[in-house]
Design a protein around this ligand. Structure first.
Ligand code: PLP
Length: 399
């Protein structure tokens, strides 16, 4: 008898579990629309050329494998904050940002959650309904209470803006509001610039603390600046806020686990104290972060030629996803004879798409849609797909 008899079998992760099932499936028309990882036209994973070049540089320099400080690689921390806020942003120049390199987007969110739990034990976090599945796990494990705000409106396959504002207003003052900086996962629906402004109004009124999850900067629109619009707007309005960053998608560094948590404070003194506490939380959790991805980012951004090449490769990835989206729109518009307006498919952004399709609507049978779209994707009429679109029937995003 095992000493671990009382340990029950955990359910498979709803997203990464799909990848396991995908590997095990022997079908030759299979396509994994679960995990959010970019694929080339040939359906292959993509390592960016700039990443290869940066790695060659690193090899040539023969860098060592000593531990990083708890807060990570200084050169990385500098460029990651510059990319996010803009190097000339007063918050950077005044030393008001606490930046700590962490284990990609997930690890950065988790570290921030531990920070919230410790310093704001009575606060709760508001998350969008729906949201990336792991958000709930992260706050649950960190013992941070959360509740949802309305976000997706199935009637318009768009943003439930009034519902969102009402729920943010109704939350206790001083709550944390988790916002997807760009390319909302899983709906692909982002607020417009005017809507972001109104969201900021309400958050400011309520004395809430915005907490941005930025997993797709540059990968969503193809422009690093466009995708940082929401974060920079809130910073410009003088709000203190948190931002978790990830380089999984925009530099294709999925397995390197490279990202950061940034806390914008109203004084450099507060920033220094916040940073010291983030380090204190990180030390017993994972001691210090991995160096490889941090050096890649620092090298790519620090070299003007590589930096320009990166921007081009990001445009290429974002452009390809937009193209797939256009083809999905064309396909659905042509296939569906009901006169339904499918243009929301084109308004959505990023790797995920809500189609608004379900069985009850009777437009298509779900299984048929999966089959048709599998065939459609698989036959490469679109090119393939990083586009983890059309996930039916549960409609959720990936990774
Ligand atoms: N946040 C969102 C909204 C995401 O979609 C993802 C990945 O899909 C992440 C965070 C974190 O990814 P990672 O931990 O690989 O950076």
């Amino acid at each position: 008898v095992s000493r671990f008899e009382s340990v029950t079998m955990a359910p498979p992760d709803p997203i990464l579990g799909v990848s396991e099932a995908f590997k095990a499936d022997t079908s030759d028309v299979k396509l994994n629309l679960g995990v959010g990882a970019y694929r080339t036209e040939e359906l292959q994973p993509y390592v960016l050329n700039v990443v290869r070049k940066a790695e060659n540089l690193m090899l040539e320099r023969g860098e060592n494998k000593e531990y990083l400080p708890i807060e990570g690689l200084a050169a990385f921390n500098k460029v990651t904050a510059d990319l996010l806020f803009g190097a000339n942003n007063p918050v950077i120049q005044q030393g008001r940002v606490a930046t700590v390199q962490s284990l990609s987007g997930t690890g950065s969110l988790r570290l921030a959650a531990a920070f919230i739990q410790r310093y704001f034990p009575d606060a709760k976090v508001l998350i969008s309904s729906p949201t990336w599945g792991n958000h709930k796990n992260i706050f649950n494990d960190a013992r941070v209470p959360w509740s949802e705000y309305r976000y997706y409106d199935p009637r318009t396959v768009g943003l439930d803006f009034d519902g969102m504002l009402a729920d943010i207003k109704a939350a206790p003052d001083g709550s944390f509001v988790l916002l997807h900086g760009c390319a909302h996962n899983p709906t692909g629906i982002d607020p417009t610039p005017e809507q972001w402004n109104k969201i900021a109004d309400v958050i400011q009124e309520k004395n809430h603390i915005p907490f941005f999850d930025v997993a797709y900067q540059g990968f969503a629109s193809g422009s690093l600046d466009t995708d940082a619009y929401s974060v920079r707007l809130f910073v410009e309005r003088g709000l203190e806020l948190l931002v978790a960053q990830s380089y999984s998608k925009n530099l294709g560094l999925y397995a390197e686990r490279i990202g950061a948590i940034n806390v914008v404070c109203s004084s450099s003194d507060a920033a220094a104290r916040v940073k010291s506490q983030l380090k204190r939380l990180a030390r017993p959790m994972y001691s210090n972060p991995p160096v490889h991805g941090a050096r890649i980012v620092a090298n790519v951004v620090g070299d003007p030629t590589l930096f320009n090449e990166w921007k081009q490769e990001m445009e290429l990835m974002a452009g390809r996803i937009k193209n797939v989206r256009q083809r999905l729109f064309d396909y659905l518009s042509q296939k569906d004879k009901s006169g339904k307006d499918w243009s929301f498919i084109l308004k959505q952004i990023g790797m995920f798409s809500f189609t608004g399709l379900n069985k009850a609507q009777g437009l298509f049978d779900c299984t048929e849609v999966i089959k048709v779209e599998r065939d459609y994707f698989w036959r490469n009429e679109f090119g393939n797909v990083a586009f983890a679109g059309v996930i039916l029937p549960s409609e959720r995003g990936g990774n």
